[in-house]
Write a protein that binds this ligand. Structure first.
Ligand SMILES: [Zn+2]
Length: 472
């Protein structure tokens, strides 16, 4: 049996969160009564003229910098012609052979080194309106009674990012998308929420035998609305293609939908070639010529990005890769970690508390005073577990002070604990006999009983020592 490898490229669409739409002054953004955010431009009345959104152009350049792209000195809007109810003009204003950002790369750090994904382009276009199929079981057009169109979304600025087919597994594609999403969010140009459709990803997938040159026929997988579905959908399509080739069949170029329930892919329609769209330059818009000083200024506005920050955390705080990745799950969590680490407490201990106990509380890291949290973490060994957890839950309150909890110390006094330990042993003669007979694991049971007696306030280290001594 040959060994197969997957070849995956991604096309990502992200809606920019500008105040207004791409070519008119209608309010952009999720929500609103259907068809209340429209005007003659985005409804395509005859004679209405588009005016480009300057902020959208600047944010696309910023995103281009984050993707290490070259920003074109001359970029052109094209009309991409197709007929569909969500597209009142009969064409979408997009970019074709002269996009705004080209030839970039995006580095995804991992435990075993970096993987670099080349970026073909990042271009600016307008989103289509939203079609809602009513009366069917699946929300798809098949089986629906009728379809409504909400033009609120029509004309929202959209950046399309296209990668080279550099990804080799579903897991790698998922990790790439997660880091890209976080990068976009931290740039502040989009909320990039898959469940709201402000981030969407399609995958181009083919397989080949390991060592084979060139690419085989690829398919396009659409309609995946979470990172997990993307990974599962890609895996399902890789399986299907390998089975097809191995059984002597041929993979045909087509667009597929991933069905979550059955974990299978189903064909949608034959893929249009680029020519089908009859691209031609938009005659109502002049080419974009971003001035060099603007491009440079926008470059300086790009903050440290999560991929680079993960590597810095590994180095600067000597953290394992896993810790660095989890702490960089959001800019706010990473910033809180740095504030805590600055207070001079053990970097790994601080990481453990933040990654495990703190994240579990659901408290917004941006609301927490790092210096106060550091005091609490430094005293962790002397505070009862329960008080410590309560303190973490309250750490986001504006008047949170670690001192409140520092007095809540563990009972480490042997004179106080000894009678308790003795009582627990006297109350459980069966377990004592079993322990002495070789069931070492019962030590935990005795510790648990003592902790229960003291409402968790006994120092577990001292309790352990006392028990060992008494049971010897
Ligand atoms: Zn409008």
């Amino acid at each position: 049996m040959p060994e197969w490898e997957a070849v995956i490229g991604l096309e990502i669409h992200t809606q920019l969160k500008t105040r207004t739409k791409m070519f008119c002054s209608c309010e952009a953004g999720f929500g609103g009564e259907p068809n209340t955010r429209t005007c003659p431009v985005c409804l395509a009345f005859p004679g209405a003229l588009p005016v480009p959104n300057e902020t959208a152009v600047e944010w696309t350049i910023k995103l281009g910098h984050a993707l290490n792209c070259r920003v074109a000195e001359h970029a052109v809007f094209h009309r991409k012609n197709y007929f569909y109810p969500d597209n009142p003009k009969g064409y979408q204003i997009s970019q074709y052979d002269e996009p705004l950002c080209i030839e970039g790369s995006f580095v995804v750090p991992g435990p075993d080194g970096d993987s670099e994904v080349r970026i073909v382009r990042a271009h600016l276009e307008e989103d289509a309106a939203k079609t809602i199929h009513v009366g069917g079981a699946t929300g798809r057009i098949v089986g629906s009674a009728h379809s409504n169109v909400d033009f609120n979304r029509g004309g929202t600025p959209l950046v399309e990012i296209v990668t080279q087919p550099d990804l080799r597994s579903a897991e790698q594609a998922k990790r790439f998308l997660q880091l890209l999403r976080q990068t976009i969010v931290e740039l502040g140009v989009s909320d990039a929420e898959m469940e709201k459709g402000t981030l969407r990803a399609d995958a181009n997938i083919s397989v080949r035998e390991v060592g084979e040159a060139g690419y085989r026929t690829r398919t396009e997988l659409k309609n995946m609305n979470s990172f997990n579905h993307i990974a599962r959908g890609i895996d399902a399509e890789i399986r299907r293609q390998i089975e097809t080739w191995e059984s002597g069949g041929e993979v045909v170029q087509e667009t597929l939908d991933y069905e979550v329930k059955s974990d299978t892919v189903t064909p949608r329609r034959r893929k249009e070639e680029a020519d089908d769209y009859l691209y031609f330059p938009e005659p109502d818009l002049v080419p974009l010529k971003p001035p060099a000083d603007l491009v440079e200024r926008l470059r300086t506005e790009v903050p440290e990005l999560p991929g680079a920050r993960i590597r810095r955390f590994e180095k600067e705080y000597e953290l394992p890769y896993y810790d660095a990745e989890v702490l960089n799950g959001s800019a706010a969590l990473a910033a809180l970690y740095e504030q805590v680490a600055l207070e001079g407490i053990d970097a790994k201990a601080a990481s453990n508390v933040l990654m495990n106990d703190f994240v579990a509380t659901g408290v917004d890291p941006a609301a927490v005073d790092g210096a106060e949290l550091a005091k609490l973490i430094a005293a962790r060994a002397t505070i009862p577990r329960e008080s410590f957890t309560r303190a973490l839950i309250e750490s986001g309150d504006p008047d949170f002070r670690a001192e409140t909890y520092l007095g809540d110390t563990l009972v480490a006094d042997t004179a106080e604990l000894e009678p308790l330990v003795e009582r627990v042993l006297a109350d459980n003669p069966g377990q004592v006999a079993a322990y002495k007979g070789g069931k070492d694991g019962l030590l935990g049971f005795f510790v648990g009983q003592v902790m229960k007696e003291t409402q968790g306030k006994a120092d577990p280290k001292v309790v352990n020592e006392l028990l060992r001594a008494k049971l010897a």
